[in-house]
Design a protein around this ligand. Structure first.
Ligand code: ZN
Ligand code: MG
Length: 494
């Protein structure tokens, strides 16, 4: 019995030793098991190198510098629109993503590429990372502040914080430096930006270039701020664009990209702090920004926007030219319809109007050479404005140019028994309505588009007769019903 018990005890001890050994073995194994898990799930951030030029870059060394510091915690994506030529000798951990696929390729899926990353770091080419704590500090700033983006300078260059005043309805952007602020809409200078992956993915064009302008614009539209860190700077790599030609090449590409950005975001006028205006819309040499108007409702109203500022400029110039021409030939004319309404309200074109309307005594048409000859043929005058008889009815139309069809309409009226009459037209507009001639005796003047224009006297009565009582105080889109039908708010805040 004793022997048996002894044997059992020995067996138990052996079993215990085996179990302990097994546990030890497992616990020895476990760090590598968990590190594998970490490898898979703990790619906490993605470094995107997007802002670089294929003809002169430091992407390879930048990538190595990042990977040396972040190791398994990050992935590096080098993203370019097209094939990078010459190709880059990147480490295998870095991926090159070509954003514009060839005919047999799949477009890259950004959400999938970033699925394991909580944060995205947008790194300009030629950056050096020295420690992972730099990034941790930035993440802490992002997590603890109320900014959606955190920016840190690269190298010792100047960083400027900018305020973007984006007025989408007016297709306009004004940019002003805000040097003492830490909460910027955009930062110029070499800067690394970090943001939450989800925020980047929610952007309309997350990878558009120039990255800083693109993020600034889309951020400003969403009420984001960039927190610019002071007292921390990332290292700088090789000097890029070291000669004038390379600088020129880069600047030219950058300007083109910026122009592309303004185009996709519908920005046609940019005012910088110098007060100099940059135009990105139509000009006399290009077609106007909006197509032929249907149902009295130009396309931009369906986009919840108003007349593009370039078009307003073109309309004003054409109006001033027409006024001057009509004055020169001593015709009796006056501002009509919506244009007169705009003049009374604000001394200018109504902010969503698409043309300018003028009335003229029919008997005076032949006094003006341009009008007289345009009855038979289209006439381009010496200033490049194009006069023609409109096909839709008995009126004349003066175009901004042969290419840009922004225009002023001139409606002839004939006095008959004390009434100014147009005759009946199938699609008569408000400005086509008859009215008592006493409004033109005498003809008055009103400020419009930067000059004095001829106008009916008692202009408020005149407008209320044509458009209804209270028209001056109650702005309305020309055809609110079609907008309402398309679920566009016809509310006109003024
Ligand atoms: Zn335009
Ligand atoms: Mg009009």
């Amino acid at each position: 019995m004793v022997r048996l018990r002894k044997g059992r005890t020995l067996f138990s001890i052996l079993l215990l030793i085996i179990v302990i050994l097994l546990i030890k073995l497992i616990s020895l194994e476990s760090p590598s098991v968990s590190s594998k898990l970490i490898k898979k799930n703990n790619t906490r951030y993605t470094v995107i190198i997007r802002e670089f030029e294929s003809f002169d870059n430091d992407v390879v060394d930048t990538t190595y510098s990042v990977l040396n510091v972040c190791g398994d915690k990050c992935q590096v994506l080098v993203m370019s629109d097209d094939l990078i030529y010459p190709p880059l000798a990147l480490p295998p951990q870095a991926k090159v993503i070509k954003l514009n696929p060839d005919i047999l390729e799949q477009p890259p899926n950004l959400a999938q590429l970033l699925q394991h990353s909580q944060y995205v770091v947008l790194l300009p080419d030629g950056t050096r990372w020295s420690s992972s704590s730099q990034l941790q500090d930035l993440i802490v700033l992002l997590e603890n502040g109320d900014s959606q983006v955190v920016g840190v300078g690269v190298g010792g260059g100047t960083l400027t914080c900018h305020r973007y005043n984006l007025d989408l309805r007016a297709w306009s952007l004004s940019i002003a430096p805000s040097p003492h602020s830490e909460a910027c809409d955009s930062v110029s200078g070499r800067v690394t930006l970090i943001l939450r992956t989800q925020h980047l993915l929610n952007l309309t064009h997350p990878l558009a270039r120039p990255v800083q302008v693109s993020l600034g614009l889309q951020g400003a539209a969403r009420g984001w701020k960039v927190h610019l860190t002071h007292g921390m700077v990332l290292g700088e790599g090789r000097q890029l664009f070291s000669n004038e030609h390379l600088q020129w090449k880069r600047q030219t590409l950058n300007d083109e990209r910026q122009k592309g950005l303004f185009h996709i975001f519908g920005i046609k006028k940019v005012v910088r702090s110098s007060q100099e205006v940059e135009w990105y819309g139509c000009s006399r040499k290009t077609p106007r920004c909006f197509p032929t108007v249907v149902d009295d409702t130009p396309d931009y109203l369906y986009r919840s926007r108003w007349t593009p500022p370039c078009c307003l400029e073109g309309l004003r110039a054409t109006a001033r030219h027409v006024f001057q021409s009509l004055r020169a030939c001593r015709a009796r004319w006056w501002l009509e319809g919506g244009s007169l309404l705009g003049a009374v309200r604000s001394g200018d074109i109504i902010p969503w109007d698409y043309d300018v309307d003028v009335g003229i005594y029919a008997a005076d048409v032949d006094r003006c050479q341009q009008l007289k000859s345009s009855r038979w043929q289209t006439v381009e005058d010496q200033d490049g404005y194009v006069w023609q008889r409109a096909t839709e009815g008995k009126f004349y139309r003066v175009h901004y140019s042969a290419t840009n069809h922004l225009h002023v309409d001139i409606f002839p009226f004939t006095p008959r028994d004390g009434l100014m009459t147009r005759g009946q037209w199938p699609n008569a507009h408000k400005q086509d309505q008859d009215f008592p001639e006493h409004f033109l005796r005498p003809i008055s003047t009103i400020s419009f588009a930067g000059v004095m224009a001829a106008a009916p006297n008692n202009v408020r009565d005149f407008l209320e007769l044509k458009f209804g009582v209270g028209v001056v105080e109650n702005p309305q889109y020309p055809n609110p019903a079609v907008l309402a039908y398309n679920n566009i708010s016809a509310r006109t805040p003024l």
